[in-house]
Design a protein around this ligand. Structure first.
Ligand code: NAP
Length: 484
């Protein structure tokens, strides 16, 4: 009776934790509710951790007799405190400290830890032999979860190092051949780990076999991620995110833990959708990202072409022109984040508003270097959400705007995406900044964007460049408005 009610309490707690996670994720889809969504999901995870350590039979295995199991509550309490401290304190500290521009690498490392955790669970189940006791589904799912988790851990570590600027993109000779051979070895090890006792390799102990399998999986994740350029990493991370979600779900099946199954599947589905949407918005195929690099295109494009002339303008003239306009649309891009100019920009926009200018922000889905980068940046500066518009909402309004102010954006306003079939970004939806009466572009020089290609917008008759670091230029524009 007591056991039944405890099992009911455990399952009910998992259900609540899962509901908190689902509702939390839903709320994260809007900047207005995202903070509350994070809190809900966090409470859900805390509940799942506490319940797991407090009640799950796996923990009882630490105690040898039934009497010890009953008496081991304080062991479990210590484990709960250690787990929450080890996981929670670094997460809390890094979450508060890491600047927004370094968020992708933080996501990469947390993602990798999720993969490592899935692989570790599988390792425990395989080493102990428990995964081989029931039906064949258990070792199959445990091994596939371990494979995906370990590859995800290896790849995510490389993604972190690249985004942190600690590693480049080394060219590996015959890399597709090497990866192909490694994939075949990994396939053999995967099958061997599912049936460890049934073939001639059986003189290898299960422990050694599983150990080699995990190391080769990790190595494979490292090797397939090494040559991919740092700028492609957000798509790579979201792919790993999707795979690791599935791995966690698989290990949840092995442990018969419904919270892990549901959470893993949701993360897997969300990661898959995000990967597809990002690849689509960048007009790149998934295989193009994984099997080639944008670097080659960059070099070819940068080498050729006649040097055209850009018209430049002073920050003070630009500020005065905008102050006498009626309708200004701001297009933020990666350069705004790199310059950390969002607070200055909002200060400038408020000054324009006080002069009666209507100012709105146009957000491209892949502006910056991670999904939602610009929305988060503007929210951090305190820009009200009703001034922020998605591409579909605002694109037709550029034609009637007096000024399109492009700040550190390049690819997302490149008209070649509409007209030049040979362009690598052809077909990508762009913000129609070129259709505004006047286009002002703040950037430091002739630097290319992520795709590495030239942008004809900068040479347009109605375009003027305001050269300089975005923060410096906007500070000068603020000063000019004060003196107006
Ligand atoms: P972008 O095309 O990368 O261009 C950024 C521009 O900012 C550069 O041309 C650079 O020119 C300028 N810049 C850099 N630092 C600056 C500073 N301190 N002050 C002023 N300007 C500065 O950026 P985007 O238009 O935002 O486009 C994003 C690109 O990233 C797209 O191609 C997208 O496909 C790709 N991408 C996005 C994501 C995502 O999830 N958002 C993920 C992966 C890839 P100067 O050097 O001349 O200053």
């Amino acid at each position: 009776m007591a056991h039944t009610s405890m099992s009911f309490a455990v399952q009910a707690s998992y259900l609540i934790a899962t509901l908190l996670l689902i509702v939390g994720l839903k709320r994260m889809s809007s900047p207005r509710t995202a903070r509350n969504g994070m809190l809900m999901a966090g409470v859900g995870m805390l509940l799942a951790t506490v319940v797991t350590f407090a009640y799950l039979p796996g923990i009882y295995r630490l105690a040898s007799s039934a009497a010890e199991q009953q008496g081991a509550w304080w062991h479990r309490l210590i484990l709960i405190v250690i787990a929450i401290t080890v996981g929670g304190i670094p997460a809390w500290w890094s979450g508060r400290r890491v600047p927004l521009t370094e968020m992708p690498q933080m996501v990469a490392i947390y993602n990798g830890l999720g993969g490592g955790a899935a692989a570790a669970i599988a390792a425990v189940e395989l080493y102990s032999g428990r995964a081989y006791l029931g039906s064949l589904a258990f070792p199959v799912i445990a091994v596939i979860g371990a494979l995906v988790g370990a590859i995800g851990l290896g790849g995510s570590i490389i993604a972190f190092l690249k985004l942190q600027g600690l590693m480049g993109s080394p060219r590996i000779i015959a890399r597709n051949f090497i990866n192909g051979v490694l994939a075949i070895i990994l396939l053999a090890l995967t099958i061997a780990s599912i049936f460890p006792h049934s073939a001639s390799y059986a003189h290898l102990s299960v422990d050694s076999l599983v150990g080699i399998f995990l190391i080769v999986s990790l190595l494979f994740g490292i090797l397939i991620t090494l040559p991919i350029g740092g700028a492609d990493m957000p798509v790579v991370i979201s792919t790993y995110n999707a795979c690791i979600g599935l791995a966690v779900g698989f290990e949840g099946f092995v442990l018969q833990n419904p919270a892990m199954i549901i959470a893993g599947m949701i993360v897997g589905a969300a990661g898959t959708l995000l990967t597809v949407l990002m690849a689509k918005a960048m007009n790149r195929s998934f295989f193009n990202i994984w099997l080639s690099g944008f670097g080659d295109v960059k070099a070819a494009e940068a080498a050729g072409g006649v040097q055209q002339v850009m018209k430049s303008m002073d920050p003070s003239d630009a500020a005065a022109t905008m102050a006498y306009s009626e309708d200004v649309i701001v297009v933020p891009g990666y350069g705004l984040a790199a310059a950390q100019a969002q607070h200055k920009l909002w200060e400038f926009v408020q000054m324009l508003q006080k002069k009666g200018v209507r100012v709105r922000f146009a957000i491209h889905p892949v502006a910056g270097r991670m999904p939602g980068h610009m929305s988060v940046l503007l929210a951090e500066a305190g820009v009200p959400y009703d001034l922020i518009f998605d591409l579909e909402e605002i694109n037709s309004d550029f034609a009637t705007a007096d000024v399109a102010l492009v700040i550190g954006a390049n690819d997302v306003v490149n008209p070649a995406a509409r007209t030049d079939k040979s362009s690598p970004i052809y077909g990508m939806p762009i913000l129609n900044a070129d259709q505004a009466r006047q286009v002002m572009v703040i950037k430091r020089g002739r630097g290319a964007g992520f795709s590495g290609i030239e942008n004809q917008l900068f040479f347009g008759d109605n375009t003027q460049m305001i050269f300089g670091d975005a923060q410096g230029v906007i500070s000068k524009m603020i000063q000019a408005l004060k003196e107006l």
